[in-house]
Design a protein around this ligand. Structure first.
Ligand code: IVH
Length: 721
């Protein structure tokens, strides 16, 4: 049978694809879908219709369902939503934009009022005024005015740093560009919500469809996508509106209440919702919540709850903040949207760190205006009906393929299966059996046992770390990183590029790049940015690392719980790679072997490392990768530490600037002289090496009468061999 050409292949029904064809198709689909995502999200210029795009995704999903072992690390089904926009300048907020804590029930609102009274020392009889207002479901924005002129608009971002969207905000008619009033403070930051009215959203989506473009999922996404456009002329065409709800930095407060501030805002031309009210009793707040819930369907903008705030600004000041939320305000949320549907399948996705995550594939259902077709099922215990604390969830009901499930969607939270309707369970539904092998590479997948806590980790992980394609990129990045093989010119970007082009799959491939390039098997110089000189330098840098110290080699393997320090302890204990691997073989066979006890006894190591080494070495795939690697590199034996060194057994602290070496080198040097290096000065410290700029550590050393030397003296000491 001949090889199908591209066009024939893309038309071939999924059921008829051979394994090899499926792999080719998945590769093509990953690439095409990523390109369309870029056109759509980043350039805002889709090149195919919504229906065509969906067909690509459906084909990808169908192939993945038939060949779960072929799911690619860059599979489009791993990606949800838009990538963050690039190209906006970051701005720091003069005052952080924090969030609100939530009240989910009337009791929570009574507690909120009680907490405030207790904090202010007010009795239940004393009056506290509260504003009650809608919680707009849009994007918060900080508008900074200086002398009445809009100088900056920034998104919330992480609360401390947002994105500069001034040019875009200027296109929104509701946002004044100038405030023409003589009582405007010199500095005025107005905060509020940019939103898209439901009517505008429906119209926009109709236009999108007519143009053959992808519709937005909901008004909030549409507002976010419209505001975060790199081209403000696109924002200008979108029906964005604004409501003010608060303030940031203000040079002179123009009012002493929240309501007074809103009055000023109205006079200055900012939209304030007509639904804002003032109340004095919790009962009234709760009635307001009920009324808004009733009125919600008739409003032309989405709200996901209501917000209550203490009206008096001086009380707000006294109340202040707890963690990231004000004590003086609370969001009384509306109940989550729910839907009932059938769970058609459970698929396992393998993350970049090897975690196996089950994803529920649902019969698509509209919940609160959004189509939901997949839910995270978190982990094995969750499917069984157990929470992270081992306690039953969903009354202990397990989840089975074919079950009718209740799915809840609360705001931005990912949809959850909150209940299983047992009377609808098909008679032949069987408890779900979580795979014991990685669906991507077929290595064993294990739940780590933590011997200290006696508990199993909730997450099952693929143990084929070095071999598994789903983890390969992360592992390769770790392998070449500074403290591992430290290959100059082979950074994270290059690793991704080489991996995408299939030049490297496992660490050993790095060392055969030159040979394969020269034989014409691969073409690195065909890639953009890889000129001859750069390539020559790269090959030289790779060659320079063909001899590698044992500790770096062990660290580079990326074994769970084997960080730099553990790798060093292991290297120092075993001295040669042969001895280390021999111990690995013994532990692989028996986690209770003499070799395991030996490691357990190394000062600084323990059962967690033993367990992890056992899992790693028990997987044959990892041996395959190590064997290939050892054909390419020579692992240098660890030199014996100098027992007679002048600092043997001493505890040393380095502080201040070192001029002739890096901190890491200094540490390494000290450890080779059998000294311990710590970060802080205490009574246990024997020696402090202080460079220029040393501060509190030096001071403390002097107070404690600890010997202090400078870098030159240290070098002299260290060179005594
Ligand atoms: S007051 C310290 N009022 O809800 C924060 N926020 O969870 C004070 N929001 O980031 C916020 N409508 O984006 C407040 N009427 C309203 C609001 C509102 C929507 C959003 C806002 C904020 C988030 C807080």
């Amino acid at each position: 049978m001949g090889v199908l050409d591209h066009d024939e292949l893309r038309r071939k029904p999924v059921e008829e694809l051979t394994r090899e064809e499926a792999a080719r198709e998945l590769e093509r689909l990953a690439k095409e879908i990523a390109e369309h995502d870029h056109h759509y999200y980043v350039e805002d210029a889709p090149v195919i219709s919504d229906a065509e795009y969906d067909a690509l995704r459906r084909r990808n999903e169908a192939i993945e369902a038939r060949f779960p072992n072929l799911i690619r690390p860059d599979s489009p089904s791993h990606r949800v939503g838009a990538p963050p926009a690039e190209g906006f300048r970051k701005v720091r907020h003069a005052q952080p934009m924090l969030s609100l804590s939530n009240a989910l029930s009337a009791t929570d609102v009574y507690d909120f009022d009680r907490r405030i009274r207790r904090f202010l020392g007010l009795s239940a009889e004393e009056i506290i005024e509260y504003t009650a207002e809608p919680k707009f479901d849009g994007l918060s924005i900080n508008l900074r005015y200086e002398k009445g002129k809009l100088v900056q608009a920034a998104t919330r971002g992480d609360g401390y740093e947002g994105e500069d969207v001034t040019a875009n905000a200027r296109t929104i008619a509701d946002i004044p560009r100038h405030i023409a009033a003589d009582d405007v403070p010199d500095v005025l930051e107005v905060r509020g919500e940019v939103y898209m009215p439901v009517s505008g959203f429906i119209r926009l989506n109709e236009e999108q469809r007519k143009k053959g473009e992808k519709p937005f999922a909901n008004p909030r996404n549409a507002a976010a996508g419209s505001l975060r456009q790199l081209d403000p002329s696109i924002t200008a065409q979108r029906p964005l509106r604004f409501y003010a709800w608060g303030h940031g930095e203000v040079s002179e407060m123009p009012a002493d209440t929240e309501m007074g501030l809103y009055d000023c805002y109205r006079r200055w031309g900012f939209p304030i919702s007509d639904l804002v009210e003032l109340h004095e009793h919790v009962e009234e707040l709760i009635r307001y919540h009920e009324q808004m819930l009733e009125r919600r369907p008739e409003l032309d903008f989405d709200i996901d709850g209501v917000v209550y705030k203490v009206n008096q600004l001086h009380l707000q000041d006294r109340l202040g903040f707890v963690q990231r939320s004000p004590r003086w305000a609370i969001a009384h949320k509306f109940p989550a949207h729910r839907g009932i549907t059938v769970l058609n399948d459970i698929q396992i996705h393998v993350g970049r760190t090897g975690a196996l995550t089950p994803v529920g594939i649902l019969e698509p259902v509209t919940i609160g205006g959004v189509v939901v077709s997949r839910v995270s099922l978190h982990n094995e215990d969750y499917i069984k009906g157990l929470g992270s604390d081992g306690q039953p969830i969903r009354d202990g009901k397990d989840i089975r393929i074919g079950d009718t499930v209740v799915v809840e969607r609360a705001g931005d939270v990912i949809p959850q299966v909150v209940d299983v309707l047992l009377d609808k369970r098909p008679a032949d539904a069987k408890p779900y059996e979580f795979p014991a092998h990685c669906p991507v590479c077929d290595s064993k997948a294990v739940r780590e046992f933590n011997p200290r806590t006696g508990k199993l980790d909730a997450v099952r992980r693929c143990t084929g770390g070095l071999y598994c394609p789903a983890q390969a990129v992360e592992r390769l990045k770790h392998f070449v990183s500074k403290r591992a093989f430290d290959i100059d010119g082979l950074g994270e970007k290059a690793i991704e590029q080489f991996f995408d082009h299939k030049f490297i799959k496992t660490p050993a491939d790095i060392f055969t790049l030159e040979q394969r390039e020269k034989a014409g098997e691969i073409c690195i110089h065909c890639l953009e940015g890889w000129g001859e000189k750069k390539l020559t330098n790269l090959f030289a840098a790779i060659d320079a690392r063909r001899r590698i110290p044992l500790d770096r080699f062990i660290y580079a393997l990326g074994i769970r719980h084997v960080g730099e320090v553990t790798a060093r302890l292991l290297a120092r204990h075993y001295r040669t790679v042969e001895a280390f691997l021999q111990a690995g073989r013994a532990i692989a066979h028996d986690r209770d072997s003499d070799a395991a006890h030996e490691i357990d006894n190394i000062d600084g190591l323990g059962p967690v490392v033993v367990e992890s080494l056992h899992n790693f070495f028990a997987e044959e795939h990892n041996w395959q990768v190590i064997d290939e690697l050892l054909r390419e590199v020579e692992v240098l034996p660890e030199e014996a530490p100098m027992q007679e060194s002048p600092v043997a057994g001493k505890t040393i602290v380095f502080t201040g600037k070192l001029e002739h070496m890096t901190r890491d080198e200094a540490k390494d040097m000290a450890e080779r002289l059998s000294a311990h290096v710590t970060n802080s000065v205490s009574k246990k410290t024997d020696l402090v090496v202080a460079g220029p700029g040393a501060g509190s550590k030096l001071k403390k050393a002097k107070e404690l009468g600890i010997q202090v030397i400078d870098e030159a003296e240290w070098l002299k000491l260290a060179s005594i061999e």
